[in-house]
Design a protein around this ligand. Structure first.
Ligand SMILES: Cc1cc2nc3c(=O)[nH]c(=O)nc-3n(C[C@H](O)[C@H](O)[C@H](O)COP(=O)(O)OP(=O)(O)OC[C@H]3O[C@@H](n4cnc5c(N)ncnc54)[C@H](O)[C@@H]3O)c2cc1C
Length: 411
């Protein structure tokens, strides 16, 4: 059993770190966020939130504040260039799953989380870069910041992203794997597209050359994200990516390439692309990690640092919210259950869902392959996609059931 009250340090003020702080506060657990940047990281653009994450944001009191700040939608269409509907993928559903999907600018979501943390007086220290863990005992962990100052807490949580420094304490030699693909996106006014009347977006239009994504954003959908995936021959370090990303015109040309094979509204979409609206997301993956916590269980990693997920099912951020919320629910019961056992349950529970998401990704990737490629795959590959396990979990009931089982075992 952990001695209460607990004191948690969170490294990173991204979406995982901010939502974790809010969830811990709800459990009356004190925490401080340390962020290396002088302001929150905003990689730009909008993100898509699905019902599994929205029920968490609802439980944390965030949903009512953001629902009216984003674009609500329920399905993603897949069409060929002639306009034929190939498939409809659900990304939410008010009736079916309790929540429509929500496309919201990342900075709007971050600002709302920051405002709520401020209202609750949860401290966030910007410009404080975690360097390394100095020591860990059964009771606490001590770490060093860049510059040499040290600090201690009951738990240190690495919410510091895909290239996590905290993770190095658990896995000194681990390297993330670059998938060789990057998402290239831009934002343009919706009216520029001159979409046919009644044409549903979000949509992915597929041709043998590429898949072209169009997704509305802004409360009224007056802007759309447009994008394609691009092969990138080699991995780069940060300086290398920065150099590549600086050549915006190159990405405009990439988005415009093969436009003649697409319907006229795609050609309109790429006819004028402002450089400052271009975004590039190189896809990295973290290999499956046996442990998301150190041996003494005082150092934990979550979010992208524990399991970066490729984008097919749009679950990267949504899964990070799940990590944070369930971790906080379990720590909130630290007076009843040994936190080592809780962490073991947390990782098993979360990893099982992440693995199901990876499987879902491959099902979705399969369906986006050209027909001739699909035909070469084993029969049964094209199973129907069933999403209630993803969109309708009852996290609180699952945690309460597990805690009750542990308590009765100990009784
Ligand atoms: C261009 C782009 C577009 C994306 N679009 C989508 C999308 O549409 N949908 C989706 O689901 N996912 C998307 N992703 C992925 C998504 O951003 C991640 O899954 C999500 O941000 C993970 O959140 P996180 O909090 O774990 O990590 P991050 O958002 O990376 O946050 C980590 C934070 O830790 C800080 N930090 C790092 N090191 C230290 C240190 N040593 N000390 C202190 N602080 C530190 C960083 O500055 C940062 O603020 C996109 C990613 C990119 C790059």
């Amino acid at each position: 059993m952990a001695s209460l009250p607990l004191n948690i340090a969170i490294i990173g003020a991204g979406l995982s770190g901010l939502s974790l702080a809010l969830a811990l506060h709800q459990q009356n657990i004190a925490c401080t966020i340390y962020e290396s940047r002088s302001a929150p990281l905003n990689t730009g653009g909008a993100v898509m939130l699905s019902p599994n994450a929205l029920q968490i944001l609802d439980a944390l009191g965030v949903y009512d504040r953001i629902r009216v700040e984003g674009y609500n939608f329920e399905t993603l269409d897949y069409r060929d260039a002639s306009g034929q509907l190939l498939e409809v993928y659900e990304f939410g559903g008010k009736k079916k799953y309790g929540y429509a999907g929500l496309r919201i600018y990342r900075h709007v979501l971050i600002d709302e989380l920051l405002a709520m943390l401020k209202e609750k007086a949860v401290p966030i220290v910007f410009g404080k870069k975690f360097a390394k863990v100095v020591s860990e005992t059964e009771e606490e962990v001590t770490w060093e910041f860049a510059g040499g100052t040290t600090q201690s807490a009951d738990f240190l949580v690495g919410a510091d992203g895909i290239h996590s420094t905290v993770r190095r304490y658990l896995y000194p030699d681990l390297e993330t794997t670059f998938t060789g693909m990057a998402g290239v996106t831009a934002a343009v006014p919706t009216e520029q597209l001159k979409l046919p009347v009644g044409y549903h977006i979000p949509v992915t239009v597929s041709t043998p050359q590429a898949g072209f994504v169009i997704a509305p954003q802004g409360v009224d959908g007056s802007e759309v994200l447009i994008g394609k995936q691009r092969r990138v021959a080699e991995n780069h370090d940060k300086a290398g990516w920065d150099r590549i990303l600086a050549d915006k015109e190159e990405f405009v040309k990439f988005l415009q390439k093969d436009a003649e094979h697409f319907p006229e509204f795609v050609q309109n979409a790429v006819s004028h692309i402002p450089h400052d609206k271009i975004n590039v997301w190189p896809f990295y993956v973290v290999p499956k990690l046996e442990e998301w916590a150190s041996e003494k269980r005082r150092v934990i990693i979550l979010g992208d640092g524990a399991h970066a997920i490729p984008p097919s099912a749009g679950q990267g951020i949504n899964q990070a919210f799940e990590d944070a919320y369930i971790f906080a629910l379990l720590l909130g019961q630290a007076d009843k259950v040994d936190s080592k056992d809780s962490l073991g349950f947390w990782q098993r529970y979360r990893q099982e869902r992440v693995e199901k998401v990876l499987l879902l990704n491959s099902q979705i990737d399969f369906r986006r392959m050209p027909k001739e490629e699909q035909d070469k795959m084993p029969a049964g590959s094209k199973k129907d996609i069933e999403l209630s396990w993803l969109f309708e979990p009852d996290f609180k009931a699952d945690v309460d059931r597990w805690v009750a089982g542990q308590v009765s075992k100990g009784a």
